[in-house]
Design a protein. Structure first.
Length: 374
């Protein structure tokens, strides 16, 4: 049988137990590996593969969440640390085995225990003071790590550990507030995207010395509208661009940004569906065709502005109007006779364009073909 077919059969959850048992004895390791990770492989087959001569096969058995505890216990003493590491990562590994692996001399194994969300409180506390920073980093990123432990890790000298604490959804507000003043901008940047960040921390970070941190604050929808309003006059154009792009930015702030000297900022306002009709009408007359294109494509743009843009000097602007579903038939009919071929095509492809708007030759050819049929 072809090797590819055998592998697909070995992976298939519908493959019969008897067939899996036969495939587990296959001479090709890729086939045995596929069986080893099949959720429907029997305990007997997994036990057989757990003593396979090939380390990679044993690794796949160790990764399988359906591997029986007894087999995992055997693999936790495997001669290859990579196999023991996979056991340590397995969410089905019993606490007693994880406790033993947490004392492993291989830091990669301890790191795997630290990442395992099935690790109990005592193990997480123990590994939080591990001599290896990668292990402490893993503890800092584990959402089951206790808040008090995260508070201690937030004071770590290693910035990667603090960075993981800042990203952890279980980090308490008090710790996030402290990390918002961290010396490393990467740590402060990570705080911005934590789901537990309170309004006052967003306000604090909106005045951060790093433009990258301020841009992150301006970009996230969780930032309070009042904070975004204050950031509309930031000295950095990328920060203002992020504010202009944010749907949470209040209309009055977008009105200010619509007059920004940087075209990239005005373009984002033109795209923003939270912009007021007056702001979009103003941008519909912008000197930059790209900004007008954005307005023509914005679903919040008022009809009166779309009517004006239908006669815009730029074909791309007219094309954006032509493909819309909220433009009056007479405008679509007008665009169906546009001087630009692509604009005409867009209007003719629009199902709302009236039949009268279609070029005469289309109707004529249809009539001729019907005469031929008769």
């Amino acid at each position: 049988m072809d090797t590819y077919i055998e592998i697909e059969q070995a992976k298939n959850p519908d493959t019969s137990p008897d067939t899996l048992e036969q495939l587990a004895k296959d001479g090709k390791k890729d086939v045995r590996m596929a069986v080893a990770y099949n959720s429907f492989a029997s305990p007997k087959v997994l036990a057989q593969l757990a003593i396979d001569n090939d380390e990679d096969v044993r690794c796949w058995v160790a990764r399988n969440p359906h591997t029986p505890p007894g087999v995992l216990a055997t693999l936790s003493k495997d001669r290859a640390w990579q196999v023991r590491q996979r056991v340590a990562l397995n969410p089905s590994t019993p606490p007693s085995i994880l406790a033993r692996l947490a004392k492993s001399g291989d830091w990669g194994v301890r790191c795997a225990v630290a990442k395992n969300q099935s690790s109990v409180y005592e193990l997480l506390v123990e590994l939080a003071s591990d001599k290896n920073w990668e292990v402490r980093e893993a503890i800092a990123g584990n959402p089951n790590t206790p808040p008090d432990v995260l508070g201690l890790l937030a004071k770590e000298k290693n910035n990667v550990v603090r960075w993981n604490v800042a990203k952890n959804p279980s980090t308490p507000v008090k710790t996030l507030t402290e990390l918002a003043m961290d010396e490393d901008w990467n740590v402060r940047h990570s705080v911005v995207f934590n789901p537990n960040v309170p309004p006052e921390v967003f306000e604090l970070l909106s005045d951060d010395r790093s433009a990258l941190v301020r841009s992150a604050v301006a970009f996230t929808h969780a930032t309070p509208p009042e904070t975004l309003k204050g950031m509309a006059i930031d000295e950095n154009w990328q920060v203002r661009e992020a504010v202009a792009h944010n749907r949470s930015t209040p209309p009055e702030a977008l009105a200010i940004l619509a007059r920004d000297l940087d075209v990239r900022v005005r373009y984002c306002v033109g795209q923003n569906k939270s912009a007021s009709p007056d702001t979009l009408a103003e941008l519909g007359k912008d000197i930059d065709e790209g900004v007008r294109e954005a307005v023509a494509d914005n679903l919040s743009t008022p009809l009166s502005t779309l009517v004006n843009l239908a006669t815009d000097g730029d074909a791309n602007v007219r094309w954006n109007v032509a493909h819309r579903q909220d433009v009056p038939p007479e405008i679509l009919e007008q665009l169906a006779h546009d001087k630009d071929m692509y604009v005409r095509e867009a209007a003719l492809d629009n199902p709302l364009t009236p039949i009268e708007g279609r070029p005469l030759e289309i109707d004529t050819s249809t009539q001729i073909s019907m005469l031929d049929i008769e």
